[in-house]
Design a protein. Structure first.
Length: 134
């Protein structure tokens, strides 16, 4: 009689990886409803959405060109992590319009806080995708 071993960790991890994109989409929809109730205009939401797409590109760019190279060399430490944050924010602020900055500040209260929250979420998402493809 052979016993069948079930790897619950793998099953749970796989289920969570499938559910996370759905959760992010649902949270996005709820956030849009909340912003509209708060008085956000369609234009502000459109500007913030476009800014997010630009920010996503900046995070991916820094991750692929700077972070990955340092990780391969075993040199990605806290100092390098801070440099990556700075590079990402500098790229982003060069690419977005003043209108986008104003929209983010109006909707979320602070451009810097918006950047911090979204950067951490996007870095986490990139790590999950790398793990999934490995």
């Amino acid at each position: 009689d052979k016993k069948m071993n079930i790897d619950w960790t793998t099953i749970i991890a796989t289920a969570l990886q499938s559910l996370i994109p759905l959760a992010i989409t649902a949270i996005g929809c709820l956030l849009l409803r909340y912003l509209k109730k708060k008085g956000a205009t369609d234009n502000q939401i459109a500007l913030a959405t476009e800014a997010f797409k630009i920010f996503q590109s900046c995070v991916l760019n820094v991750n692929q060109t700077f972070v990955d190279a340092l990780k391969e060399q075993g040199q990605f430490d806290e100092h390098a992590q801070e440099l990556a944050r700075i590079k990402c924010q500098e790229q982003f602020e060069l690419l977005i319009s003043e209108e986008m900055k104003l929209a983010i500040n109006a909707l979320y209260g602070s451009l810097d806080a918006w950047i911090d929250i979204n950067r951490e979420a996007l870095v986490w998402q990139a790590k999950q995708e790398k793990t999934k493809s490995a």
